[in-house]
Design a protein around this ligand. Structure first.
Ligand code: GLV
Ligand code: MN
Ligand code: MN
Length: 413
């Protein structure tokens, strides 16, 4: 990490963290929650917020809050912005950090304009938005809002078998105190999360910034096939109970189940044989499934169809199949009033929905919530090819500043 600059732009802030969590093997960035990379990024944010005179605290769920208080010091009706700093494995550099860096620059812009907020402004950094390490997406905001049972969170395990409780404790958090925080929520008035667009909407519209309208319903499931672990050389093909074959056939069946419903998406992005040796017939294969559809009933129907197909395939291969849900996020339509206000503050911004999940979707059940999307010229995300042009990044921060100014003090400020 290089030293923070004094006249920051979004591009210069992202440049400061460009070497944190680079992944030499996958390309891009791997910044799982509580990793050295994510911890370094959190430290970087705390320093940046401190430089701006913001009052920084980390709550019992590991969410960092940076406050620009009013003269009264009363934290009520707060206009919240921010995003996350963790990443998927081998992800891009903008998914999450763009929203955090833009929030810092928006504060600079508002201060340079001489704005005196009539309400508090806060920037939040939410941990484990991607769910890359512990499987549950938006873990921090789910804990905050009570959407995730603390006991369940404490017992979540990463790929190495470490529990969330142990990893959080090693990271300086006290896992006994995680869970719903109504007092923190009561301080908030609204949330506007800026994020890189993860599709091609703004490319097609030839615009730099959009206002979000909805988030596609989505969920994650773990499908485990159990068979008979055995020797690759001494076990005849006819006598095998190989869960890898069942899993391979299931990947195709999952694709086919989604294809039966317009607008459904189903993905197997992770598959793990146990024990995982070239000359070993696996005893178990776990695969993780991500299913999305605007209609939550269709998502449920796709998952039901996957369950039936998996059981049949398992039986044909002499194996068993078990499906468990990891997280579920219904389709979210952002607050219409806040969206209308943003449209009046940002009249050039089109309105777009998204197929990607966000902490804004979790908070939307508790307070008026909105999103801004910044054009991604590749249209690719969750990949090293994710991109934002420098000029668009700065336009995004200005749009966020304009939006925040209007929400804090009214459109004329
Ligand atoms: C997060 O980006 C998700 O959509 O899963
Ligand atoms: Mn994100
Ligand atoms: Mn993401």
């Amino acid at each position: 990490m290089t030293a923070p600059s004094t006249t920051a732009t979004v591009t210069s802030l992202l440049a400061e963290i460009a070497d944190v969590g680079t992944d030499q093997w996958r390309g891009g960035y791997s910044r799982p929650v509580f990793s050295t990379a994510e911890t370094d990024l959190r430290g970087w944010f705390v320093e940046q917020a401190g430089r701006r005179g913001l009052d920084v605290e980390t709550d019992r769920n590991g969410i960092i809050w940076a406050w620009w208080d009013t003269a009264s010091g009363v934290r009520k009706d707060t206009v919240l912005t921010g995003s996350h700093l963790d990443s998927v494995p081998g992800g891009g550099g903008f998914d999450g950090p763009l929203g955090v860096a833009s929030a810092l620059v928006a504060v600079d812009i508002l201060k340079a304009r001489g704005l005196r907020p009539a309400k508090p402004l806060a920037i939040a950094v939410f941990p484990e938005e991607e769910g890359s390490r512990f499987g549950v997406a938006c873990l921090g905001s789910r804990l905050l809002t009570g959407a995730l049972d603390p006991d369940k969170a404490r017992s979540l395990r990463d790929a190495d078998g470490n529990t969330y409780a142990d990893v959080a404790a090693a990271g300086g958090q006290d896992p006994r105190f995680i869970g719903a925080d109504p007092a923190a929520l009561a301080q908030l008035g609204m949330f506007v999360e800026l994020h890189v667009e993860q599709g091609r909407g703004l490319i097609d519209l030839e615009r730099p910034v959009a206002i979000g309208s909805s988030i596609l319903g989505h969920g994650r499931w773990k499908l485990s096939f159990a068979g008979q672990g055995n020797h690759a050389g001494t076990t005849l093909m006819a006598g095998r109970r190989d869960p890898m074959v069942a899993a391979a056939r299931a990947v195709v069946a999952i694709r086919d189940a989604a294809r039966e419903h317009r607008n459904a998406r189903a993905t197997v992005g992770r598959l793990q044989p146990v024990p995982g040796g070239t000359n070993v017939i696996a005893s178990r294969v776990d695969l993780w499934i991500d299913v999305r559809h605007p209609d939550d009933a269709v998502t449920a129907a796709v998952v039901e169809s996957i369950t039936c197909r998996a059981e049949l395939l398992a039986a044909e291969e002499g194996c068993t199949a078990a499906l468990t849900v990891e997280s579920l996020s219904p389709t979210v339509h952002f607050d219409a009033g806040l969206r209308d206000t943003l449209q009046s503050l940002l009249p050039d911004a089109p309105v777009l929905d998204t197929g990607a999940g966000h902490d804004a979707g979790v908070l939307a059940g508790h307070l008026p919530t909105a999103m801004l999307f910044v054009r991604n010229p590749t249209g690719i995300s969750h990949s090293p090819e994710e991109l934002v042009d420098d000029a668009d990044a700065e336009l995004g921060a200005v749009a966020l500043a304009d939006a925040l100014a209007g929400l804090l003090n009214g459109p004329a400020s």
